[in-house]
Structure formats: C-alpha cells, structure tokens
Ligand binder design. Structure first.
Ligand code: SF4
Ligand code: SF4
Length: 350
C-alpha cells in the first residue's frame, strides 16, 4: 500500500487470537504471542533502525506503529504496550474488529494517545454478519460509537470481494451518518481462510470499475480511499516518474513491514513469508540485507507484466495477491503478475 520513505510504518500483530472467525481471515493457527518485554525489545530494535536512517540519510522520519491482531484488544497488556511505544516517540494506530471496544476501553484508547482506530466492516449488517458472524455488525458499531463518544478518530475498512462490492455506497452513507473520518477499501487476498473465498475475487474489470468510481463518494464529511496500488494507478493524474526505484505503490518491504504475534517479520502480513524474527535479528541490517526485500525493491527481479510496466515505480501490484495466485498453482512466486490488474501499459523507456 502506498506511503513515502519518510512515513515508515510497522504493522504489528500483537496476537493471532480472535473472538471472531471471519471467512476471509489470513490467520489459521495461532502461534504463541511475544510477551511484553520481547515486544519492548522489538520496538527498541526498530527504533534503532529508524533513528539510524534519520541520522545517516538526514531525513525527517515520522515512523508509526499500527497494532492489530487477531484482535489486539484481547491482550491484557495492550495499554502497557501502547504506553511504551508512545514513550519512544512513535505515533500509534489500532486496527480492530470493534466488538470488544466497550466505553472503558475506548476511554483508555483515547488516553493512550492513539491517533486513529480502524474498524473492519465488510458491508452492511447481513453481509457483514455472513462473513464475520451473527451479531458482529451491531457489536462493531457499538464499539465505533464508544470511540466517537471519547473523541477518538474512527474509520472503517472493507475487504472488497464479490460478496460486498454492491455495498460500497451504503457503507459510505453509514460512515457519514456516524461521523467517521474515512472509509477505506482493501482487496480480498485468497490466503489463509480467505482461500475458501477464491471464487469471490473480483475480476480486473470489476475492480477497475469500483476504483474509477470511488472518488465520487468523497466529500467534506468523509474520505473514501484505498491504499491498493491499483487504486493509485486508477487515480493517476500527474506525470508518472519512470524510474527504477519505488516512489509509491505496494508498501511491502518498501515503506513498511509486518511483525506477527510470534515476532516473525514479513514484507506484508498478507504475504505470509517470514524473513527473520524480531527477537533474533538487527532490524536495521535485515532491512538492507534481506534478499526478499531487495527483490521487492528491484524492477529487474519482477516478471510477467509489472517489470516492463510504466507504472512500476508507483504500483508493482499487490505482491500478496500475486503470491496467493502463484501458490494456487503450486509456485512460490511473489514477483509475478498481479492477476487482478486492469492497467498494464508498457514503459516507453528503459
Ligand atoms: S502491470 Fe503491475 S505495475 Fe503495471 S499497473 Fe499492473 S499491477 Fe501495476
Ligand atoms: S502486498 Fe498487497 S496488501 Fe501488502 S502492502 Fe502490498 S499492496 Fe498492500
């Protein structure tokens, strides 16, 4: 997903335990969670890297941690973790299913200085409950209301598939009525339990139609966004930088990384590709030396479309979707085509 070199982020899955069992979830088996002291050490490890980059390259960094799960609110030490991360100068977001955010939890989230909370909604009530379980929609909405009552910036994210593609307008209207700051959209990645929903993946034409129309919904009340690189391409207005280094697009290993509950480091959670463990490696060295990360940043490593595409620097497709489709035909390939791409155009230089 898009970002800039200055807005480096870590998406940290504090636990894979969850009180729901969503049909599209990428998590299948819950590993043992890192404990509080291991998480603090991991944060220090990452801080060492971001401070090092700021000093070495004379750039101003605004690194952030996005905490999620499973369901992060299930961790009894969640607020100890948030306090520590804040004390180290990072900004914090939370991603939650919303169902456990009681008034007291919302108050503590506000007091912890959390910048915003993203709650997953997968459509309006009937569709959402069919994906996430009966009653989960109403409970998620109560959680959002509790956040708003405490003045916490709340927004919602929908994982797009054929199951809910017709619900976009309804969801945007709901967001406006509730006073949410944003509605965002991500693509269903057919991995984990989401593999069962492979037939619900949108075609390139369907996805293009949705992304071309999304901007119509944005107004002064709510931002309607997607961090999907294909959305970036759909909305491109200015001159495209035809360069061989990433300047936008898929964030995996470029603008951010994921740390999973057991400390595994992945380019993106949806890629399910461990490149080390935060307990064992110097993150600063791994960021430079990991062959996987190096490949993700190198145009020449790609093949089958993206490599020769004029949008490579600002897109590169969703590497998680590319990997999931390759795995579905028995190949371990995260550098091939994004099968949902409707926008390939050959570059005219290079
Ligand atoms: S071919 Fe790759 S880089 Fe080009 S628009 Fe499609 S996904 Fe993006
Ligand atoms: S792999 Fe896909 S989900 Fe992950 S950062 Fe890239 S575009 Fe986003």
């Amino acid at each position: 997903m898009e970002g800039t070199p200055y807005n480096f982020f870590v998406q940290w899955h504090l636990t894979e335990r969850c009180n729901l069992r969503c049909r599209h979830c990428y998590q299948q088996v819950a590993p043992e969670d890192l404990d509080l002291s291991e998480i603090r050490q991991g944060v220090d490890n990452i801080k060492n890297a971001t401070e090092g980059w700021a000093a070495s390259y004379a750039v101003e960094m605004s690194p952030s941690f996005h905490f999620t799960g499973g369901e992060p609110v299930l961790r009894t030490d969640l607020f100890d973790i948030l306090d520590y991360v804040r004390s180290q100068g990072f900004s914090i977001s939370l991603m939650s299913n919303g169902t456990l955010i009681k008034p007291e939890v919302a108050r503590r989230i506000r007091d912890a200085g959390v910048q915003d909370v993203q709650v997953s909604l997968d459509g309006l009530e009937a569709v959402h409950d069919s994906i996430r379980g009966k009653g989960s929609f109403k409970r998620a909405l109560r959680g959002i209301e509790n956040l708003l009552a405490e003045g916490v910036d709340a927004n919602v994210n929908l994982t797009l598939s054929k199951l809910n593609a017709e619900q976009i307008e309804g969801l945007v209207n709901l967001a406006k009525e509730m006073g949410l700051s944003a509605v965002s959209f991500s693509r269903l990645v057919p991995c984990g339990r989401g593999e069962e929903l492979g037939s619900q993946i949108l075609t390139p034409v369907e996805l293009a139609r949705i992304y071309n129309n999304l901007s119509e919904f944005t107004d002064s009340k709510v931002s309607v966004i997607s961090r999907d690189p294909l959305m970036t391409v759909a909305r491109l207005k200015e001159e495209i930088p035809d360069v061989d280094f990433p300047v936008g697009g898929c964030a995996a290993g470029v603008f951010g990384v994921t740390v999973t509950a057991d400390g595994s480091i992945m380019p993106c959670r949806r890629m399910d590709l461990s490149i080390g463990n935060i307990r064992d490696v110097s993150f600063r060295e791994l960021w430079i030396e990991s062959p996987v990360l190096q490949q993700l940043r190198n145009r020449q490593s790609y093949h089958g479309g993206c490599q020769s595409c004029r949008y490579w620097a600002v897109c590169r497709g969703c590497r998680a979707v590319a990997l999931a489709f390759a795995r579905s035909i028995g190949e371990e390939d995260y550098l091939g085509p994004d099968p949902q791409c409707p926008s390939y155009e050959p570059r005219t230089t290079g």
